[in-house]
Design a protein around this ligand. Structure first.
Ligand code: MG
Ligand code: ZN
Length: 219
């Protein structure tokens, strides 16, 4: 496990993002930017996903957090390469931070790179970090109104994981309202309903990832 101070650089973020995307696509690596509010279940989803993927798929993770190594330690326990980026208050990752973290990963032995962004539904949406796919996680207790209130992150996502779906009977969550908001923002968005703590509902999500990995390999 590597720990890095995440530094912003005075270069165009979009230019570095293109550089990162080129580097990863040349190596046939699928990169997935994981976005959500704090506590939606990003790290728990990564733990189950990495354990359940199988098929010899080699994963690695970049963990973005304001401080500390709590999430990176959980990933490290799975035995996959992980870099913890500490933003020291920065509320999103930038492409420059990701480029830095890549220096500490064995890129010739990775098929799938997860980049867990800082927990925040607002500004991470406007920073391209060179990812090939954007995945947003919404957990049921956060409420059905999140896409309507934070449109950019949902409008730019390639997939949505609806986590803690087992809590539906216990909270006022209007699934029709959610579906209608998503239809307006991002009509073709795949939605995977899961319970991350037990890995329930993961099969379609894992298939979606496997398709992406295959596509990245074929270039
Ligand atoms: Mg986390
Ligand atoms: Zn920010």
């Amino acid at each position: 496990m590597k720990i890095k101070l995440a530094r912003d650089v005075l270069e165009s973020n979009d230019r570095i993002a293109r550089e990162v995307r080129d580097l990863l696509s040349k190596r046939g690596i699928l990169s997935v930017n994981i976005l959500s509010s704090p506590g939606a279940g990003k790290t728990t989803i990564l733990e189950h996903t990495i354990r359940d993927l199988g098929g010899g798929i080699r994963a690695a993770v970049i963990e973005g957090d304001l401080q500390g190594t709590i999430d990176a330690e959980r990933i490290d326990a799975l035995g996959v390469p992980v870099v913890q980026l500490n933003t020291e208050g920065g509320c999103h990752l930038t492409a420059g931070m990701v480029r830095d973290a890549l220096e500490d990963l064995p890129l010739d032995r990775i098929d799938l790179l997860f980049i867990e962004n800082v927990g925040n539904l607002v500004c991470p949406a406007s920073f391209d970090i060179g990812e090939s796919r954007r995945v947003v996680i919404l957990s049921v207790p956060e409420g059905h109104d999140k896409p309507a209130k934070y449109p950019p992150v949902f409008a730019t996502a390639n997939a949505l994981l609806l986590n803690k779906i087992d809590l539906l009977p216990h909270v006022a969550f209007d699934m029709e309202f959610l579906r209608a908001s998503l239809a307006r923002l991002n009509a073709d968005l795949p939605v995977f309903e899961v319970v991350a703590t037990v890995g329930r509902g993961f099969a379609p999500w894992l298939d979606w990832l496997r398709d992406g990995i295959r596509a990245a390999k074929e270039g």
